[in-house]
Design a protein around this ligand. Structure first.
Ligand code: NDP
Ligand code: 8X3
Length: 249
């Protein structure tokens, strides 16, 4: 029987590449994001390969998140796979001059948004005693770099929540894991630097991970046999050794 996956942040980058990869393998898709035009065009493209439903909501909005997922038509209600991917960095500032709106955005989207979406999806999984949740963490969830304290804090929280989910959902046979990439060339830096030219330099002088590289690993994780759970993956491009060490030409 075809599986159904809900992917947050499916309008761009890692989420969109994951949607493409899942569609190729005939997985039914619930694609989430705030940019309706993109949701429509991705739905149009992927509907040739699988069944696609879109949900437009901001993961910061608790009520809208719960309502959107509760509104799913019957054929999309049994969610087998949840990819908690929506998120971004906002700003790159020392803690003493950090912007409060940036801090709110990172904590509200990366941490609380992930919790709200999970809250809506987990009851079906616990009832059916099956499911697979993958949280997109980051290398920033495993180490802290200068000017990244709040983004890194949000991703450390994602990893702690992932471990907690794996423990609490263990009696239900639900798989939980985290995929933690380093630098991935997506719209991430445009968002972090708010469209500033600095974004263009982030991936210059080396070959960063591409969204498709991360999507490959996500698909690998969800396609393992029932008894195998990929609990935690740290992946870098070859040029990157840590958050602060990148070999550039
Ligand atoms: P992109 O900016 O390309 O994609 C981010 C996605 O998140 C978009 O689809 C966006 O959709 C969605 N999103 C952002 N804010 C909200 C919100 N408030 N409500 C709903 N959806 C939202 O970045 P990436 O693909 O790189 O990022 C995806 C994940 O990967 C994030 O969690 C990020 O932290 C993580 N990551 C990224 C790395 C990188 O270097 N790029 C490395 C490690 C981890 P829309 O705007 O339509 O709502
Ligand atoms: C994204 C990777 O190093 O820009 O999570 O924080 S980094």
């Amino acid at each position: 029987m075809k599986k159904t996956a809900l992917i947050t942040g499916a309008t761009s980058g890692i989420g969109r590449a994951t949607a493409n990869q899942f569609a190729k393998h005939g997985i039914n898709l619930i694609l989430c994001g705030r940019r309706q035009e993109r949701l429509d065009s991705i739905q149009k493209a992927l509907s040739k390969e699988t069944d696609v439903h879109t949900l437009n909501f901001d993961v910061r909005d608790r009520e809208k998140t719960l309502e959107a997922i509760a509104s799913l038509p019957k054929e999309f209600q049994n969610i087998d796979i949840l990819i908690n991917n929506a998120g971004n960095a906002h700003g790159l500032d020392p803690i003493q001059t950090g912007d409060l709106d940036d801090w709110d955005a990172m904590m509200d989207i990366n941490v609380k948004g992930l919790l709200y979406v999970s809250k809506a999806v987990m009851p079906g999984m616990t009832e059916r005693k099956s499911g697979h949740i993958i949280n997109i963490g980051s290398s920033a969830g495993k180490e802290v770099y200068p000017k990244g304290s709040v983004y890194c804090g949000s991703k450390h929280a994602v990893l702690a929540i992932t471990e907690g989910m794996r423990i609490d959902l263990n009696p239900f046979g639900i798989k939980v894991g985290a995929i933690n990439p380093g630098l991935v060339e997506t719209e991430f830096s445009e968002v972090r630097f708010k469209g500033d030219a600095a974004a263009k330099n982030v991936y210059k002088g080396f070959k960063a991970l591409q969204a498709e590289d991360v999507a490959d690993v996500i698909y690998f994780a969800i396609s393992r046999p029932a008894h195998v759970n990929i609990a935690d993956v740290l992946m870098f491009c070859t040029a990157q050794a840590s958050s602060t060490i990148v070999k550039k030409t």
